[in-house]
Design a protein around this ligand. Sequence first.
Ligand code: BGC
Length: 746
Amino acid sequence: MLPKIPFTLVCLLLVGQLSFAQQKAKDNVVIEKKIDALMAKMTIEEKIGQLNQYTGDRLATGPVTANSTKFQDIKMGRVGSMLNVRGAADTRMVQEIALQSRLKIPLIFGLDVIHGYRTHFPIPLAEAASWDLDAIELSAHIAATEAAASGLHWTFAPMVDISRDPRWGRVMEGAGEDPYLGSLIARARVHGFQGNGLGNTDAIMACVKHFAAYGAAIAGRDYNTVDMSEHMLWETYLPPFKAAADAGAATFMNSFNELNGIPATGSSYLQRDILKGKWGFTGFVVSDWGSVREMVAHGFARNNYEAAKYAITAGSDMDMEGHAYIDNLKKLVNDKKVDIALIDDAVRRVLRKKFELGLFDDPFRFSDAARETKVLSDPKNKIAARTVAEKSIVLLKNQNQVLPLSKTTKSIAVIGPLAKSGDDMKGGWAVPWENDHLVSLYEGLMNKVGNSVKLTYAQGCSITDSSKAGFAEAVETARNADVIVVAIGESAYMAGEAKSRANLNVPGVQEELIKALKATGKPMIVMMMAGRPLIFNYTAQNADAILYTWWLGTEAGNAMANVLFGDYNPSAKLPITFPRAEGQIPIFYNAKNTGRPVKDLNDIVYKSAYIDMPNSPAYAFGYGLSYTTFTLTDLKINQPKMTKDGKLQVTCMLKNTGNYAGAQVVQLYLHDLVASVTRPVKELKDFQKVFLQAGESKEVTFVIDKEKLSFYDSKLNWITEPGEFKLMIGDASDHIVLESSFELID
Ligand code: BGC
């Protein structure tokens, strides 16, 4: 029961809230007035300059457009923002140049701070596996704190693209396949980055990307065309964007792909109608790298002049390293092809953020070398990175309870091409640092066991080449140990942007190494390191235990060692489906039933099935084991019927029935049995991650409201329809333990 709050306290809280809202409204009025005054002084060239973004040369993250006059352009007020310039000293130096411009408008500095800045956190897909929103928010907040101490104002994150296709290398940057989980994570990341609001020196602007539907590139090939129904767009791909906009994200980035024939960068539908119109977004939209001029290659614009016209008209406010705006917008206005009001609106949006960041009060407030040194060496950040890494590791298999390793283990053979790699633990999109040190698996084990356990090592093979020359040594090493821990997978450079793969196998001869090691008969634990779901059917069948460790960042090895020895009991769940074969892709749990569903695996004739393998995945969305066991019992729904404006309370008992303390993610799925637009057989609608001591029980409560039962009708109205709903509770999308139903009535 909720504690009773005294009426006077409620009043005080309300008054507090109101005055906060009032204060914000007042600040906004002041800012708009300042923008008016500044814009009144700006020439058209200076206005267009605010919409122009260049990359710094040291860290280019895309094809650089040759421009030797960058600094001159900044001095002339022809640049609004720089990306890929970082560090208190460098940003100060470049900001000083901007302050030599006529109106002294400060620059915004942006960078891809995707999973940590100085401290590398697990890749976003790994963090999503934690299903721990506080941990995800904390990770983003620490990244923001570090970045903001290093002169940065803006991260190009979170990437909230839903993807059902692990061939697409950028699945590593997102939160997986599910719109509900993805929306909660999008919100957590925006809150983490923007903290208590822009203007604080531990907050940076979030940039929600890539708007929209980039994750559905045909055949998983990066930058490829996207073609999808409006229903799929609204139901599956847009929700995390909406959640991020509602969470107050300062900026959005559009995307490289075309959507139903229109490049996203030139899509008024996406940027004006949906984002700035329906969702009331007041921030600004930056193009993706060169995506304005890429509309020429798409066959949408004849030249950069036309591309600039389409992009600004469609609501793309800033041109990232594309030169299309700076070269063409003035002429477009003079030629009466673009209304100056469009440019004014875009400039106003950019300036608004500069005011909110406090850059006009102090352009150097984020470029403070002393703060940078202090914050970037804060030991707390590493501890947080380790905690988040532990929470991101998914236990896929644990035959005969081979894990956790016994504290009396005498010798461990650490084998595999990734066992001693610290560098790969960074994963894609990590900020580069000189003398960067990430803890490898081997080092983490050494840190944990010191001399008390004999650790031996053999590489066995490399990640990609076909030589088996190292197998004999690896097998010999394994023979002489109590247990084998093998680290295989992808290198960090095999997932990320432009890293699509047609084969999702573990590259090279790594699975053959597993086969050779299996012959020793020693217990074998496989640490699978990757930026996407891989296909590893041999390992799945033959390893004794499998931990999917993704790429875990700075503290990777320490986190893995803690999990191997049971100092942390794995609690993660897959945020994306793992296929058995590439031919099953796209594969996702929230699919439709079809008119000919498979009910019995022995009866697939004229059914929606493959004749050569089951429809089911290797590992389902929501799946992940623990060292302990849990039961779910006593499902209760407080009433069998619910009115549209009513609420339904669902409870069940979770019990830790094993020998270790641990956390379980209790997952609630719904199925609207009959609707005017068919509904998926299962949709995640709620979950709770609950920590229990061994033997402990807890009642878990969920509340079902109208929002959870709504869907888009054939006209794309967000509605509910009366009827029966199936309710399912389980610990994975394919492991439903409790089932019931209820009816929604008018
Ligand atoms: C990527 C964006 C990234 C930008 C800047 C582009 O190639 O698609 O996600 O933010 O480069 O690095």
